[in-house]
Design a protein around this ligand. Structure first.
Ligand SMILES: [Ca+2]
Ligand SMILES: [Ca+2]
Ligand SMILES: [Ca+2]
Length: 178
């Protein structure tokens, strides 16, 4: 298991982002609030396919995270180590990458298979990020500089967040970290 301190620091930031009720634990209720925030930000009904995809992806990730934790409350240390384990899952059904895929589809509102800067800024607004910061992140994720974020570029940014040494990685956006 990785003990990379930069990655541990990122997961600790993710913990703070997720623990919106401030009870010093990440629970399913915290994830549910994140999902609701996405749905309300995008004015999606819970039954909409894009809404269900996000919900399903987060349910799967949550199940991975709590597999070894029967009380289903993850304090900071347990959350960070559970995220390490989930990130390092090299199977084809990596739950964290599945979240990235579902979030991509959420952002790609016009369904053309690419995220335009406009679509990215809508998402930044849902997360409450600053526009200037979001523009910088967009340029960073658009690694080939063609003016759009492809699915591959988006999932790559999520992977860099989960495994990479690049402290400037903007991939936390994928998981809701501003
Ligand atoms: Ca909490
Ligand atoms: Ca698009
Ligand atoms: Ca691109």
């Amino acid at each position: 298991m990785s003990t990379n301190p930069q990655i541990a620091a990122r997961f600790s930031d993710l913990f703070d982002t997720l623990d919106t009720d401030g009870d010093k634990a990440v629970t399913w209720a915290d994830y549910q609030r994140l999902v609701y925030r996405y749905l309300s930000g995008y004015s999606l009904e819970a039954s909409a396919p894009r809404a269900q995809a996000i919900q399903t992806a987060y349910v799967s990730l949550w199940k991975k995270l709590v597999r070894a934790n029967d009380d289903e409350r993850l304090d900071r240390d347990r959350f960070v180590s559970a995220m390490h384990a989930a990130a390092e899952d090299r199977s084809r059904s990596n739950a964290a990458e599945a979240v990235a895929e579902a979030v991509f589809d959420l952002l790609d509102a016009d369904g053309d298979g690419r995220i335009s800067e406009t679509e990215f800024l809508v998402y930044a607004g849902v997360l409450g990020a600053q526009e200037a910061d979001a523009r910088k992140r967009f340029a960073h994720v658009d690694t080939d500089g063609d003016g759009d974020i492809s699915r591959e570029e988006f999932v790559l940014s999520a992977r860099q967040y989960l495994f990479g040494d690049d402290i400037d990685s903007p991939g936390g956006f994928v998981f809701g970290v501003v």
